[in-house]
Design a protein around this ligand. Structure first.
Ligand code: SF4
Length: 940
């Protein structure tokens, strides 16, 4: 097969333009040498005499964080010549942070992968795409025959657009495995699990803009001044209007310096602190009693746990003075609506899901959910981590959180137009088809572990790293050992990523150059659930290919391209993105990805200026009545014109206008108590004035609403529920009666199907407070959890605190993002932050005689040693060190530059702090622990 690209457009024009630009530059240089007296009056320049270069604006989205800032790319004859601020975006209103202001460099970076490469005798050699696809494909077929489809792990990207993320999940399904995952596992999987199991959906409830309505905001385990800078503009606006600001963090961050009230907490004690705040709220009767009575289940169980956390006990465990806890409680309670914002300081713990739930419950107790200015606001990291979570490569679910049960597979078989039994035949067994796959946080254990202890037939033998940084994962020495054992390691990325340099292999590695997000088009979902259409700015540079083209080429080699693209047109090997989105529109009813057609999203991007930057609603123009980006759920078909849901669980609006109750996802009663909302607690305009279950064909018939479906809709909806009715008729009729398709229930404060139904404190696995371990122990070890044995008690039983006396924790910098290979290759950003460093309190630094700028070794209990520059600062307290996690390219003191492909090493390299992290995984999602462990410092 030939992979030579057929000409699509612009190649010749583009070269002509570059030649023209060269002439213009020459003319400019000459002009500067002319004597002043011969310089004429200035006129608008014509760079190429007689051949003006027309420019056009392409609307795209910053690819770094999830705030979703718009970027206007100025393109001339196919060349991206400059970027401009998008003043018309209601999200960023012309503002960019340093990362966003330099995204053009991300596309044009000199350090990018340019052509496919293969490792031969320890050196990367250029190969053709034909060779790459054929060799990798042959190896996959061989592995499949020898070990079965579960010998492959595909780590997808949170930078794929929605369509690519969805297609990758479909691709892995047709390969016959659930061994796929992406970044959300290690940044917000605990958020998704905790919030979804409490409220119904695992997403941020309000928007960045909605903070304008807040009277107080609690930032806990989040540092948006650096991680999500443009979001801070919205908060600072609220602060100008009088909002109070509370920051809870072990480190005095750049966000903390804005705070009215800063609380320094011992890492790993968030639950006692939140319960301590709630203790004051209950003690003073500050809770919202009506809200609790009408819309929550199990708050009395929470009260019992909270009662144990008296101020003295909270202070002892968390290290926070009693008065500071009370001030935080009073500020939140007396300045309502108050909002809570959290990030990885909360999520990346072995109790991450329980941490999230404690905060979700705090907001319920204060009645802060479903109101403007309130909410549980979870800022995600990558530009499309929300969308990739919604419809992408998750090992425990098909797109739209449909799960893996037989009914879910049948729903998608129907949407995909393929036979369920054919999909089944691709898997090792039905059991494996319905079993969650290996997670990205632990794929290497599935290589290193003895086969008898793995809950699938074979160990992993091949791994695809597709737009994902390995240095964002913990326990890197174990990962390196696994990389060496694999039969094959494939990296698909615009940049080589640290994967290319750290493996220590001499062969069996392929690097495939992927196009950046500026070289393709599609939709991406910001943290607030707004979906934005990103136009293609330029055609893929060098020999790069878009992710969806690469998926198609592999599918063709492996023999399932026809099934993969049955409903999707393919042009020059590229599945048409709009067709993929239409397939998402036809399938993902659960989360309302059905109303957001490509046409509607493009219309929003073209008319950004018509949306109000506080409400996000278009008050005029062609999108009148819609909320910006149709924040999901955007119910029904596109023709139904649902406006999107700006605030989840807001019963003061009708469902047709973007309102919603809590989701009835767990039945109608538990332990004799109703799980449905109290009588009278329903959305504005609802014909049912009581709590009600989710809708299906039976319920619709009982209510006498069935005949409102057209005959064609009835034919499709018979025997179905609102999630599986492909006609959308059930949803249409239910919303016409003012009801929510998913029912009207109570939020759960007691999640009886979780390890801790009410969150309880459990000491960190590597705790410095050994006196508290017996009192607040961790979980029992598990033999098979996400296909792997997982340790808790046996890890916590080891006392490292004497040899490793310092607590270590980590976080973000404003200059870099994620694993950082792209941003550390960007000369503008690299200029700003040139060294990996560790923050050390002056008293701890004095213990080893370390001064600012000197190198120290950070040593951890897993035998890792990391060489970093000392940053001696009071930002961290005595006994704690803090490190940014964006660095990579060094390995325990050695610069790996020579191991990168030629020219591919990032400008700034440094030790990856995740190299040293100890073992620890969330008891629900397998989220890795990166926020509390132990270390010691040695002067280098
Ligand atoms: S990194 Fe985030 S905050 Fe900065 S410009 Fe990009 S999207 Fe906006």
């Amino acid at each position: 097969m030939s992979l030579v690209k057929t000409t699509r457009d612009g190649g010749l024009k583009r070269r002509r333009f570059l030649v023209g630009a060269g002439i213009a530059a020459g003319a400019g240089a000459l002009a500067r040498q002319l004597p002043l007296n011969v310089i004429d009056k200035a006129e608008a320049a014509d760079p190429v005499p007689g051949a003006a270069v027309p420019t056009e604006i392409k609307r795209t989205i910053c690819s770094h964080c999830s705030v979703g800032c718009s970027v206007d790319a100025v393109v001339a004859n196919g060349v991206w010549v400059r970027q401009e601020a998008a003043f018309d975006s209601p999200i960023n209103m012309g503002a960019h942070c340093a990362k966003g202001a330099s995204v053009r460099e991300h596309a044009f970076g000199e350090h990018r992968l340019r052509y496919p490469m293969k490792l031969v005798n320890g050196k990367y050699q250029r190969i053709s795409w034909d060779q790459a696809i054929n060799e990798i494909g042959d190896k996959l077929i061989q592995l499949r025959q020898q070990a079965g489809p579960d010998a492959l792990m595909v780590i997808g990207s949170s930078k794929h657009n929605n369509e690519q993320a969805y297609l990758l999940r479909k691709w892995v399904s047709f390969w016959g495995s659930n061994n796929c995952d992406h970044q959300a596992r290690i940044c917000h999987s605990t958020t998704v699990a905790g919030v979804a199991q409490t409220y119904g959906y695992g997403a941020m409830t309000n928007s960045f803009n909605d903070l304008h309505h807040s009277k107080a905001v609690l930032f806990i385990g989040s540092n948006p001044a650096e991680a999500h800078p443009i979001s801070m503009l919205h908060f600072l606006h609220a602060k100008e209007l009088g909002a109070k600001m509370i920051v809870i963090d072990p480190r005095f961050t750049r966000t903390a310096r804005f705070a009215h009230h800063y609380v320094r907490v011992r890492p790993g004690t968030d639950i006692p602190l939140v319960w301590g705040i709630l203790w004051h709220i209950f003690e003073n009767g500050w809770e919202d009693k009506d809200f609790i009575a009408a819309r929550t289940y199990g708050m009395d169980d929470v009260r019992k746990e909270v009662a144990k956390w008296t101020p003295d006990k909270v202070s002892d465990v968390t290290g926070v003075p009693e008065s500071a806890v009370r001030i935080a409680a009073e500020m939140l309670a007396k300045n309502r609506p108050s909002s809570v914002v959290w990030c990885m300081g909360i999520t990346q713990h072995h109790v991450g899901t329980a941490n999230v739930r404690a905060l979700a419950i705090l907001q319920l107790a204060l009645g802060n959910i479903g109101v403007p200015g309130g909410g549980a606001n979870i800022y995600r990291g990558h530009d499309n981590v929300q969308g990739a979570t919604d419809v992408g490569p998750n090992g425990d679910s098909l797109p739209g959180y449909y799960g893996l049960a037989e009914g879910s597979w049948k729903h998608f078989a129907s949407v995909w137009g393929v036979d369920y039994n054919w999909i089944l035949s691709r898997f090792g067994s039905k059991e494996l088809m319905e079993k969650p796959g290996i997670t990205v946080s632990r794929w290497f254990d599935a290589v290193n572990e003895q086969n008898q202890f793995i809950d699938q037939p074979s160990n992993l033998r091949a791994v695809f790293y597709w737009g994902h940084a390995p240095n964002s994962q913990t326990r890197l020495p174990d990962m390196k050992a696994a990389m060496q054992k694999l039969d094959m390691l494939v990296v698909i990325d615009p940049y080589p990523s640290m994967t290319a340099s750290m493996h220590g292999r001499t062969d069996g590695v392929y690097l495939l150059p992927a196009a950046s997000q500026f070289e393709t088009q599609g939709s991406c979902t910001a943290s607030n659930r707004s979906i934005q259409w990103r136009e293609r700015v330029i055609m893929p540079l060098f020999e790069c290919k878009t992710d969806h083209e690469i998926m198609y080429l592999f599918a063709r080699k492996l023999g399932f391209h026809e099934e993969l693209c049955k409903n999707i047109k393919v042009v020059h090997n590229e599945p048409v993105v709009e067709d993929i989105l239409r397939e998402i529109n036809r399938s993902c009813w659960t989360i309302g990805y059905t109303g957001c057609s490509p046409e509607r999203l493009k219309l929003h991007m073209e008319n950004k200026h018509t949306f109000n930057p506080t409400t996000m609603r278009a008050d005029s123009g062609p999108c009148k009545g819609d909320y910006y980006g149709l924040p999901w759920p955007c119910w029904g078909t596109p023709e139904m014109k649902h406006p999107g849901t700006p605030i989840l669980y807001d019963i003061n609006k009708s469902v047709a206008e973007g309102g919603l109750p809590f989701r009835a996802n767990w039945g109608v009663e538990h332990n004799g108590a109703s799980l449905l909302a109290a009588d009278g607690s329903t959305n504005k305009g609802s014909e049912l004035d009581v709590g009600y279950p989710e809708f299906d064909h039976v319920f619709l018939k009982k209510l006498g609403w069935w005949n409102e479906l057209t005959p064609a809709e009835q034919a499709l909806a018979e025997g179905k529920n609102w999630k599986t009715d492909l006609s959308g008729g059930i949803i249409r009729v239910v919303i016409a009666h003012g009801c929510a398709p998913f029912g009207n229930a109570r939020a759960r404060c007691n999640v009886w199907n979780f390890p801790d139904p009410v969150p309880v404190h459990r000491e960190p696995l590597a705790s410095p407070r050994r006196d508290l371990v017996a009192k607040y122990p961790t979980y029992e070890d598990k033999s098979a959890f996400w296909r792997l044995p997982t340790l808790y008690k046996s890890i916590q039983a080891q006392d490292y605190s004497k040899d490793f006396p310092l607590i270590m924790t980590s976080g973000r910098l404003v200059e870099y993002e994620g694993g950082g290979e792209e941003t550390r290759s960007n000369p503008w950003l690299a200029e700003l932050q040139q060294n990996m460093f560790v923050e050390i309190n002056p008293r701890d630094a004095a213990q080893i005689g370390a001064r600012v700028g000197e190198f120290v070794w950070v040593e951890t209990p897993i035998g890792a040693r990391m060489k970093m520059m000392a940053m001696v600062t009071e930002r961290v307290p005595v006994g704690l060190v803090w490190m940014p996690f964006h660095f990579g390219g060094w390995w325990m003191g050695e610069d790996l530059e020579r191991h990168y492909p030629e020219g591919g090493a990032p400008t700034v390299r440094g030790e990856a702090c995740n190299t040293g992290w100890t073992y620890g995984y969330d008891a629900v999602t397998m989220m890795q622990e990166t926020k509390v462990s132990l270390c010691r410092l040695v002067r280098a």
